[in-house]
Design a protein around this ligand. Structure first.
Ligand SMILES: Cc1cc2nc3c(=O)[nH]c(=O)nc-3n(C[C@H](O)[C@H](O)[C@H](O)COP(=O)(O)OP(=O)(O)OC[C@H]3O[C@@H](n4cnc5c(N)ncnc54)[C@H](O)[C@@H]3O)c2cc1C
Length: 454
């Protein structure tokens, strides 16, 4: 391997990981560990300025570069500051984007049990809540981030920030040069773990997707916010119920009325529209469907699993009870009154005093209220990105690019997005693990990587 002058190019690092978020840290830790690297040149402060945060070392084996002024913001804000690290049951069906088979293949390499053991080994004990979500017992995301940074330090990873990467150029004889305003680095392997576009102030603003494209990858036609609150039309009644939360079935129906996807969970009415777990989970399905079918719509059911006939029959069972008191058995009063108003029914009537059309209109609002959604709150309010680099462009045994040898990817940059509950971190841990260990093993000339376990 030679440069233009005929000399062997000097590599500043064996591996450069771009992005020190969940996937990047995981990748760097396992690359460092697999290379049996004892170096410990990471600095401990998490928000120190460049002059102290960056090391001047040019010979580190694993370097992680991050453009953010503060490392690990997404880990710190996750789960309301508690960091929902994973979920007790992670299945490929909990994800969207690339095919289930492809997602399963990566997830199976680093399971929930592996995740729990990994964090235990770092001194982070996880507890499972009734929802199936796993959090650190400290209920503090700093525990998770500090443990990952310490593990990176122990594995000899040199984390440098803020060092945003602007270009990645493959070298003629192998390896890459990564360049930013801070300078340049040459490395044998590069892992692009730069996230998607969600929460851009955290440093994940989509530049990584452009870098991947410049290296020959495609990016899905639509890259949209996922796990994002939805905005209802200005005059819609849902806005008048701001602050109200309840369990509901939230569903997407096609322009022809076919039910496509639904989630039953807690939801929240807000001053702009809808939020809460069920709404966040459905958001990407609605907005992605709208890219194909502009008439795709959102419906709310406050009687999950009930048909129009069942809801109507339930109303009629009230006999002498007023319709408002009947509705209050299932709904908060504010919502009950709003639905009655929507159906044009006075609250002091008994169901039998209401004409059939109005009663059925009420039943329809109970079990399939249409909500006119005019958009979402955008990447600033989205927890994750739907779309990205398709998994079929990656070797899933190693997370190495099929387009650009020596380039690896992991985490949210890829076309995989999970539902709420720790699934997105599990994806980042699993894909980061595979990329990290594979990069190291490729350098050490190991040939069989597919069975490597943590
Ligand atoms: C508010 C919020 C709460 C969440 N809560 C949870 C939760 O509880 N559980 C869960 O499973 N998931 C949660 N998620 C989703 C989860 O945080 C992400 O899916 C996960 O962090 C993705 O990890 P990543 O490493 O792929 O990307 P990121 O975490 O986005 O990290 C990418 C890193 O790359 C850096 N970077 C980007 N471009 C460049 C560049 N050109 N040069 C150098 N560095 C670059 C960025 O600064 C960033 O640090 C939450 C997300 C948000 C926004």
């Amino acid at each position: 391997m030679t440069d233009a002058s005929g000399k062997s190019p000097v590599f500043d690092a064996d591996i450069v990981v771009i992005g020190a978020g969940a996937a990047g840290l995981m990748s760097a830790i396992h690359a460092g560990r697999a290379m049996h690297c004892e170096r410990s040149n990471i600095v401990s402060s998490m928000s120190a300025p460049t002059t102290t945060a960056s090391t001047t070392s040019t010979t580190a084996r694993v370097v992680a570069l991050d453009g953010a002024h503060r490392i690990g913001i997404k880990i710190l804000v996750a789960g309301g500051g508690r960091c929902n690290v994973t979920h007790h049951a992670v299945r490929e069906q909990d994800y969207a984007g690339s095919t289930s088979a492809a997602i399963r293949r990566v997830l199976s390499r680093f399971t929930v049990a592996d995740c729990v053991a990994f964090f235990n080994q770092l001194g982070v004990e996880l507890k499972q809540e009734d929802t199936g979500k796993l959090f650190p017992v400290t209920d503090d995301a700093h525990t998770v981030l500090n443990a990952l940074l310490e593990a990176a330090r122990t594995a000899g990873v040199d984390i440098r920030w803020p060092q945003r990467v602007q270009t990645i150029t493959p070298l003629v004889d192998g390896g890459f040069e990564v360049v930013g305003a801070w300078g340049a680095l040459r490395a044998r392997r590069v892992a692009l773990c730069s996230g998607g576009k969600s929460l851009p102030k955290s440093g994940s603003d989509g530049l990584g997707l452009e870098l991947a494209q410049k290296l020959g990858h495609s990016v899905t036609e639509h890259v949209i916010p996922s796990l994002v609150p939805l905005v209802a039309s200005a005059q819609h009644w849902v806005r008048t119920l701001s602050g109200l939360t309840l369990e509901a079935e939230v569903r997407v129906v096609s322009g022809t009325g076919k039910r496509l996807t639904s989630f039953t969970n807690s939801m929240l009415f807000t001053h702009f529209g809808l939020s809460g777990p069920a709404v966040l989970d459905i958001s990407r399905y609605l907005m992605m469907e709208r890219t194909r079918d502009a008439a795709a719509a959102l419906q709310l059911s406050f009687m999950p699993g009930c048909s129009l006939e069942q809801a109507d029959a339930w109303l009629l069972e009230a006999k002498a009870q007023t319709v408002l008191s009947r509705l209050r058995e299932k709904l908060p009063e504010r919502l009950a009154k709003t639905l009655l108003e929507g159906a044009g029914i006075a609250s002091d009537r008994t169901p039998k005093q209401i004409d059939r059309d109005r009663r059925r209109a009420l039943a329809q609002l109970m079990c399939g209220a249409p909500v006119e959604i005019v958009g979402d709150r955008g990447f600033t309010h989205a927890e994750v990105t739907a779309g990205g680099v398709p998994l079929n462009e990656m070797n899933l045994s190693t997370m190495e690019s099929r387009k650009c040898p020596g380039l690896y990817m992991a985490g949210e940059i890829l076309d995989v997005d999970g539902r709420i509950g720790g699934f997105n971190f599990q994806w980042a841990w699993a894909s980061g693990f595979v990329a990290g260990i594979s990069m190291a093993l490729s350098l050490d000339s190991f040939t069989t990587l597919s069975e490597a376990k943590p």
